[in-house]
Design a protein around this ligand. Structure first.
Ligand code: CA
Length: 400
């Protein structure tokens, strides 16, 4: 319930209240909370109420807020819930409601380290079949540890940022020698990204139980991928330039506390995982993505069946004592379901380019210059409430 007008089917109902950084005209960027198709300009509201730490809401990134830790995240959420639920706050808040259409959303936080996992069994199996057709699709380690790699934090960009087609080396199996040029197999990867707030201590692993003390919330991720560069370079050390040119994230960070109502038990893991990855209450989220290619809906990847829980991803990435920092982002890996229209990348949707799909009446495989991809996501709770994550979008510009 709220006194604020919210359009029907809005992703940002009164129980969601995701945080982001907006810019209004030439004013300094600062923190807002999304509600319906508006946002609350938090700095002046907090300042008028003489809230402790109100200056944090005027910061140009969420990092200082994220660093405060779980008790402060909870207290802020309670404050926000009261602002929108309790009509007594109308006079204080209403002057600071801004239509989202009037602002430009920024990168919500300064990204510290970026790790990308590979947690969908369906996606890993599909890619195994496409990249290594003559061997077992899943490598022997896949069900024993959440496979991942360290990505490039400095090229994580805000939704809406244009993506310049990368150039690089590639060599198809039939080619005698490698060549250099613009990627001809530019692709997307639909992923969920986890945003670290509280740092951990160097040398001390984070247990699966401590996940919620460190991770504040989630964003939608598009891990742009140049398949031809990737296929040639990835052996033996994994993804490099085929991934590092750009990763787009959605502007609103939805808190784990808001998402909790959409948590679902993790599916069975067989064989049993090692003790540091085991837990009694491991969960996933009932989130569904929608992928639009030049405005045409092409896929609906489901998150709830991901093989690895995010708590296991964090436990694994820190089990050697590596610490996490405020602003760290770790992404789930491409989300793909069992059905063809649930695949989270175009290499899977077009099966390596051999089975084109129809986009606006044209047969398509990989991205062309001028193409635009938008990925939306929303969580569903057992009572039918929708918790929207918003969307991430990007358009392909020709190679330089
Ligand atoms: Ca990825």
């Amino acid at each position: 319930m709220t006194w604020i007008d919210i359009p029907a089917n809005s992703p940002f109902g009164p129980g969601n209240l995701p945080l982001g950084i907006f810019r209004l005209g030439d004013e300094e960027p600062r923190m807002g909370a999304a509600i319906g198709d508006q946002l609350i300009d938090l700095a002046p509201v907090a300042s008028a109420q003489m809230l402790d730490g109100s200056q944090l809401f005027a910061e140009p990134t969420l990092n200082a807020f994220l660093a405060l830790g779980r008790p402060a995240w909870h207290a802020t959420r309670e404050w926000l819930l009261d602002l929108v639920r309790n009509e007594i706050n109308r006079d204080a808040v209403e002057p600071h409601l801004i239509p989202q259409s009037a602002v430009t959303m920024q990168l919500p936080f300064e990204v510290a380290d970026y790790v990308d996992f590979y947690a969908s069994e369906q996606h890993a199996t599909n890619l195994g079949r496409l990249f290594r057709p003559d061997s077992e699709p899943l490598l022997p380690n896949w069900k024993h540890l959440p496979v991942g790699y360290h990505g490039r934090a400095g090229t994580v960009v805000a939704s809406g940022t244009d993506i310049v087609r990368p150039s690089g080396q590639r060599k198809a199996p039939a080619d005698a020698v490698p060549t250099y040029g613009p990627s001809q197999r530019l692709d997307i990867e639909v992923e969920l990204g986890y945003v670290v707030g509280s740092p951990s201590t160097l040398g001390q692993p984070v247990s699966v139980e401590d996940f919620k003390d460190h991770v504040y919330g989630v964003v939608v991720v598009n891990d742009w991928s140049a398949r031809d560069l990737q296929a040639w370079e990835y052996v033996p050390l994994g993804p490099f330039l085929g991934k590092s040119f750009a990763t787009s994230i959605s502007p609103w960070v939805v808190s784990l506390e808001a998402l909790e109502a959409a948590a679902v038990p993790l599916g069975k893991q067989e064989p049993a995982v090692l003790p540091y990855l085991a837990g009694d209450a491991l969960t996933n989220f009932d989130i569904t993505f929608e992928v639009y290619w030049n405005g045409e809906h092409v896929s609906s990847p489901p998150y709830r069946d991901m093989y690895w829980s995010p708590a296991q991803m964090l436990a694994h990435l820190s089990v050697n004592g590596a610490s996490v920092r405020t602003g760290d982002l770790f992404a789930s890996g491409t989300v793909s379901g069992a059905e063809k229209d649930q695949r989270g990348s175009f290499i899977e949707l077009s099966w390596g380019g051999r089975e084109p799909i129809m986009v606006k009446g044209e047969e398509r495989t990989f991205l062309q210059d001028g193409d635009e991809v938008t990925i939306t996501a929303s969580a569903t709770t057992p009572d039918g409430t929708t918790i929207g994550l918003g969307s991430v979008t990007g358009r392909i510009l020709p190679a330089h």
